[in-house]
Design a protein around this ligand. Structure first.
Ligand code: XBP
Ligand code: MG
Length: 256
C-alpha cells in the first residue's frame, strides 16, 4: 500500500472557472488593444480550448479560423507580444477579485494542509496567472503552501502530454502512487493518467461533455457542506462533498 503524500492541482477550470469570463475576455482585450478585429466568442473559445497554452491557442486560431490574416514576418514574436498583453489583462482581472475559487477548493486545500499533505500545481497556464489567482482568490501567502508550481513553458510539451505532471513529481521526489491529481478537462486527464496518476475530475461549462474515462470520480464541483456535489461518474460512498476522507478512499481504491 502507498500512502497518499501529495495533491497535484490543475488550475484553469479546476481551482477556478477561469476560461469563459477570464482568459477569453483577456485575450479579446489584448486583440482590441493591438488594433486587431479578432473577437473570440464564447462558442469559438470552446473550440479553441482544444489546444492548451495561450500562445499555442493563438497559432491554432490563425491556422484554423483566420487563415486570411496576413501574418507578420516574425509571427512567433508577434504572438508572444499579444500573449504578454493578454496575461497583463488577465492578472489585472484577478487582482480586482473578478475570478473566485470554485466550490470546495479552499475547504479541501485547508484540510489537506492541516493533515500535512504536500501540495503542488501542475498547469498549462502562465506562472504569473497562478500566483495572481492564488494570492487574490485563496490567500496572500498561498503561493508558499505549494511546494512546486509547475506551470506553462517549463516543459516542452503541454497537456495532454504528461510532462508537467512528471516534472512536478520529479521535483517532489514522489511516485504516482503517492499522489492524486485534480483536473477539469479531457486534455487534463490525458496528461494526469499519462503520468500514472489517479485523477479526480470536476467538470465545467466547457468540459461537461468531454470523455473522462479512467477518472477516479467525475463531479459537477467539489461541493460544500451546504452545497452538495452531484456525482456524474463513479462512487462517492455517501459523501456529499469532496473532503479528505473521500480523497483518501479514492486513492486507496487504486493503490490499496
Ligand atoms: C488551461 C490552459 C491555459 C489557459 C490560458 O490550463 O490551457 O492555456 O487556457 O492560460 P490548465 P495561458 O487547465 O492546465 O490550468 O494563456 O497563460 O496559457
Ligand atoms: Mg484545466
Amino acid at each position: 500500500m502507498s500512502a497518499l503524500q501529495a495533491l497535484l492541482f490543475d488550475v484553469d477550470g479546476t481551482l477556478a472557472d477561469t476560461e469563459r469570463d477570464g482568459h477569453r475576455v483577456a485575450f479579446n482585450r489584448a486583440f482590441t488593444e493591438a488594433g486587431l478585429d479578432w473577437v473570440w466568442s464564447e462558442a469559438l473559445y470552446g473550440q479553441l480550448l482544444a489546444v492548451t497554452g495561450g500562445k499555442e491557442r493563438i497559432h491554432y486560431y490563425l491556422d484554423h479560423f483566420n487563415s486570411a490574416f496576413v501574418r507578420p514576418a516574425q509571427l512567433d514574436e508577434f504572438i508572444a507580444s499579444l500573449h504578454r498583453a493578454k496575461t497583463a489583462h488577465y492578472v489585472q482581472m484577478l487582482s480586482e477579485g473578478l475570478i473566485p475559487l470554485r466550490p470546495g477548493v479552499k475547504r479541501l486545500i485547508d484540510e489537506a494542509r492541516q493533515a500535512g499533505l504536500r501540495l503542488a500545481v501542475a498547469t498549462t497556464t502562465t506562472p504569473e496567472n497562478v500566483s495572481a489567482l492564488l494570492e487574490n482568490a485563496l490567500a496572500p501567502e498561498a503561493m508558499s503552501w505549494f511546494e512546486v508550481i509547475a506551470a506553462g513553458d517549463v516543459v516542452p510539451a503541454k497537456k495532454p502530454a504528461p510532462d508537467i505532471y512528471l516534472w512536478a513529481m520529479e521535483r517532489m521526489g514522489l511516485r504516482p502512487e503517492q499522489c492524486l491529481a485534480f483536473e477539469d478537462s479531457h486534455n487534463g486527464i490525458r496528461a494526469s493518467l499519462g503520468a500514472g496518476l489517479q485523477t479526480v475530475i470536476a467538470v465545467n461549462g466547457y468540459t461537461r461533455d468531454e470523455d473522462f474515462s479512467g477518472a477516479a470520480i467525475v463531479l459537477d464541483h467539489w461541493g460544500e457542506p451546504d452545497r452538495p456535489f452531484t456525482v456524474l461518474q463513479g462512487e462517492a460512498g455517501g459523501a456529499s462533498c469532496l473532503d479528505l476522507a473521500l480523497v483518501q478512499r479514492l486513492h486507496q481504491a487504486k493503490y490499496g
